[in-house]
Design a protein around this ligand. Structure first.
Ligand SMILES: NC(=O)c1ccc[n+]([C@@H]2O[C@H](COP(=O)([O-])OP(=O)(O)OC[C@H]3O[C@@H](n4cnc5c(N)ncnc54)[C@H](O)[C@@H]3O)[C@@H](O)[C@H]2O)c1
Ligand SMILES: O=C(O)C(=O)C[C@@H](O)[C@H](O)[C@H](O)COP(=O)(O)O
Ligand SMILES: [Zn+2]
Length: 354
């Protein structure tokens, strides 16, 4: 459906059944493929592996642990060992079949093996389709924080098959909506209108606006990364809500879903912008309305500020001692807030526990 014209331009396909067509997009001359998948996506992982073999590719299925447990140096190292044992060369390919955690890991392993081999992404969560699999940001976590090691490595193709969303647990689908809503606040307010028109339908993969919501969010992401792949400036807007959100994930040892943490992080960013006199109160309220309407969290308990602030200092947007946040001046008018005062930060944090 859309082409991302960055480096070697690539397609992001959004079509029922497209996850069965990996062979069509891996490119010419591929002899081997490593199909990375979690146990939850074993059936699809094996289906992709079998289909590749039927097309003459030496394909290997590589099961990895679920969720954030996949995004570790130990798991990446195991996959490098598999690639080494099977003699993967620069014309071979890695395929990521799973949620954002799997596409981040598969992309990182592809980015680092032989300093870069192609990766094809087959996202199986809403979040993976609208955000993680598109744009070439890859990475793993370290003990000190989220996504601290990684690389920009655009995929060869992205196959978003909405049919696979039927098995996704509702809570994971809703978590993905946080990134959809993010795209609405930073660039495309029509997304917010579509969600507000029927919030309950927005939480279902068979809802009347599902494809339009996915397509619009992918378009936002593709347009931004096409202009600024390596996040020298514009791409930072895709990080809306993530400074505080990633801090929550870190202090809670990844027991909370990424999308849920980002939802709270967007409310924090909105409250911070309001405290700094940048954003009007009604837009802050709109954050709570839209996120709450689809069942996403918007509050956070008191008492953890010191840990959260320490984690935020390791955010990639931080420059020296200066904390930097993506904030809004209005819907679809993102800007940056550099070095907010302690009082502004505390005001925003306190507002989360109301
Ligand atoms: N690289 C990027 O640009 C980018 C963007 C956004 C998020 N991310 C990363 O993505 C990750 C979050 O991704 P996520 O929300 O997809 O979580 P996830 O990958 O942990 O998947 C959520 C859960 O759904 C299960 N699952 C996946 N697909 C399924 C299906 N079709 N049916 C049944 N179960 C299924 C998984 O096994 C997992 O338990 C975070 O690590 C985040 O940092 C990266
Ligand atoms: O693509 C981007 O750029 C984003 O910031 C998208 C985010 O939704 C995503 O969670 C990303 O992985 C965060 O990246 P990080 O650089 O803050 O680790
Ligand atoms: Zn995110």
């Amino acid at each position: 459906m859309s082409v991302v014209p960055v480096g070697d331009a690539y397609d992001v396909v959004l079509e029922g059944g497209c996850s069965r067509r990996v062979s069509d997009v891996i490119g010419e001359g591929v002899r081997r493929a490593l199909v990375v998948h979690t146990h939850s996506m074993r059936a699809l992982g094996e289906q992709v592996t079998t289909a590749l073999r039927a097309d003459g590719v030496e394909a290997y299925a590589a099961p990895v642990p679920d969720a954030e447990d996949a995004k570790t140096a130990a798991v990446a190292s195991e996959l490098w060992a598999v690639l080494g044992r099977h003699g993967f060369t620069r014309t071979d390919v890695v395929v990521g079949v799973g949620g954002g955690t799997v596409t981040d890991l598969a992309g990182f392993v592809a980015a680092t093996w032989l300093r870069g081999v192609p990766v094809v992404q087959v996202p199986t969560t809403l979040l993976g389709m609208v955000d993680a699999a598109v744009g070439g940001k890859t990475g793993i976590n370290t003990a000190e924080g989220k996504n601290l090691v990684g690389s920009f490595h655009p995929p060869r193709a992205v196959l978003c098959d909405p049919d696979v969303l039927a098995t996704l647990p509702r809570a994971d689908y809703v978590a993905g909506l946080a990134e959809v809503v993010k795209a609405g606040f930073i660039v495309d307010p029509v997304i917010l209108d579509l969600v507000a028109a029927d919030p309950d339908a927005a939480t279902r993969p068979d809802g009347p606006h599902t494809l339009e919501l996915i397509e619009r969010a992918i378009r936002v992401k593709a347009d931004v990364v096409s202009v600024d792949l390596k996040e020298s400036s514009l791409r930072e807007i895709l990080n809306y809500g993530h400074t505080f959100g990633h801090a929550i994930e870190h202090v809670e040892h990844y027991r909370r879903r990424h999308g849920e943490a980002v939802a709270i992080g967007m409310v924090f960013a909105a409250e911070l912008a309001c405290a700094a006199g940048v954003l009007a109160r009604d837009v802050v309220d709109r954050h709570r309305e839209v996120l709450t309407s689809v069942g996403l969290p918007t509050s956070y308990g008191p008492g953890r500020w010191d840990e959260l602030e320490a984690a935020m200092r390791r955010d990639k947007k931080t420059r020296g001692a200066l904390l930097r946040f993506v904030v809004l001046e209005d819907v679809a008018r993102p800007t940056r807030l550099e070095g907010p005062t302690t009082e502004q930060l505390h005001t925003a944090y306190a507002a989360l526990s109301h």
